[in-house]
Design a binder for this molecule. Structure first.
Ligand code: HEM
Length: 394
């Protein structure tokens, strides 16, 4: 009996898919110019649908019937044609409001953005941040704390001046506050409402938004401070290749020589500058909505270079409606922030529990000389001078 029912189920499934394929082959004419089953199926599969059959079906004012004729007042376009013109941004709209997005009556790209923001971003955040956290915990279990290997000298060397530490802690504290308030804004509706209810979440959300928008300035200023304070020490050079080849001696090998910053720290520095800079620029475009068209310009430039084609993809959307600009800015801002947060997890680990003696560099500004010799031998030679250094060796 079960076999018989399974057979029927298989036959019905094949028959249904065959008739769907037949229907999918429907020509546009058979639907009177409207969408076909093929369009619907493509959309359901998340494929790009060619919308020209309706974006261009917006009536023809030149063919308008004289005003004295029946339906002449429609001006050459039926109601559906007019709505399509609204939807695809080709209607001639004039408004009293002069805002940049005021003439967009229907915005066509909101749903995929909403779904991406609510679901895909949350999945990315859980895997990226959770995965990094687990990887660091595993690393700690396997490798343990990186200890100072040699005999401590009891002497210290100044590693960072007060101004450098001020820049670092302004950057770090603002980043952490921005990270937490940003996550509240991004996932609060989905995660915090079920936990605390609407009333409490409303309070958290309003507060988060205010704090996030204002603390952003501290982050931008700190980014500028640390850029100018440390850029000279973060230019790549030959010592970095050697350091990278030995993976920084992270897995128990000898410490490769390094200047003030080793190659790993240089990578962190440039990640902070480039990703932090990009977060700042996209954040400013969110703070002053519709003022900067970052994505439309970028997409059209990439299209003109043929970049999407290199990856077998079709052209990036252009031109973008003002709201689409904001949607892309929001997604980019969130995505790059998540990536930088994962990188910073690793940095915080190494700067605190992961390495003996590291925190003092930013805490007090002074480090144990032996720590400095092990991790930044070339820098120690620079600071103490070759003579002092030779004396130490004797
Ligand atoms: C509680 C969190 C943090 C701790 C404990 C911490 C600790 C440290 C320490 C100890 C150093 C000096 C390392 C050395 O002397 O070689 C350092 C450097 C640095 N920190 Fe942090 N940090 C934190 C958060 C952040 C954040 C949030 C950012 C950026 C968004 C950041 C960016 C940097 C950069 C760019 C450097 C110089 C390059 C490097 O050493 O990797 N830090 N941090």
């Amino acid at each position: 009996m079960i076999r018989f029912l399974s057979l029927i189920a298989i036959i019905v499934t094949f028959a249904a898919s065959a008739s769907a394929q037949e229907a999918a082959g429907d020509s546009r004419a058979s639907t009177g110019g409207a969408q076909t089953l093929a369009d619907i199926l493509e959309r359901q599969e998340g494929l790009k649908v060619d919308e020209t059959f309706r974006s261009e079906a917006t009536g023809n004012p030149d063919a308008a019937a004289p005003i004295t004729n029946q339906l002449g007042t429609l001006g050459g376009a039926s109601d559906p044609e007019l709505w399509r013109a609204y939807r695809f941004g080709s209607a001639d709209i004039s408004t009293q409001s002069r805002g940049p997005a005021a003439t967009t009556v229907i915005q066509d790209g909101g749903m995929w953005w909403l779904e991406f923001r609510e679901d895909t971003l949350l999945t990315i955040a859980v895997y990226l941040l959770g995965g990094t956290f687990l990887a660091l915990a595993l690393f700690y279990l396997v490798r343990g704390k990186i200890r100072i290997g040699g005999q401590k000298t009891g002497r210290t060397i100044t590693r960072f001046k007060a101004f450098e530490r001020f820049g670092h802690w302004l950057l770090a504290s603002s980043f952490i506050v921005l990270g937490i308030t940003g996550l509240f804004s991004l996932f609060g509706r989905k995660v915090l409402i079920p936990l605390f209810g609407h009333e409490t979440f409303s309070f958290i959300a309003v507060g988060s938004k205010w704090v996030h928008n204002n603390i952003a300035w501290a982050f931008i200023i700190a980014l500028i401070i640390i850029f100018f304070a440390w850029v000279v020490h973060n230019l790549p050079d030959r010592t970095d290749l050697r350091w990278l080849a030995k993976a920084g001696g992270l897995f128990g090998g000898e410490h490769p020589p390094a200047k003030k910053f080793n190659a790993g720290q240089k990578l962190i520095f440039w990640a902070v500058i480039v990703l932090g800079g990009s977060i700042s620029v996209s954040g400013l475009s969110l703070l002053f909505p519709f003022e900067y068209n970052l994505f439309g310009h970028t997409f059209s430039t990439l299209n003109s270079w043929g970049v999407p084609g290199w990856f077998g993809a079709s052209d990036l959307p252009f031109p973008l409606q003002p709201q689409e600009e904001m949607q892309y800015a929001q997604l980019w801002h969130a995505l790059v922030s998540l990536i930088l947060t994962a990188i910073i997890f690793a940095h915080i680990y190494l700067g605190s529990v992961g390495m003996e003696g590291a925190f003092d560099a930013m805490g007090k500004g002074e480090v144990e000389e032996q720590w400095a010799r092990e991790h930044h031998s070339l820098w120690v030679q620079d600071v103490l001078g070759p003579d002092d250094n030779e004396k130490e060796k004797v």
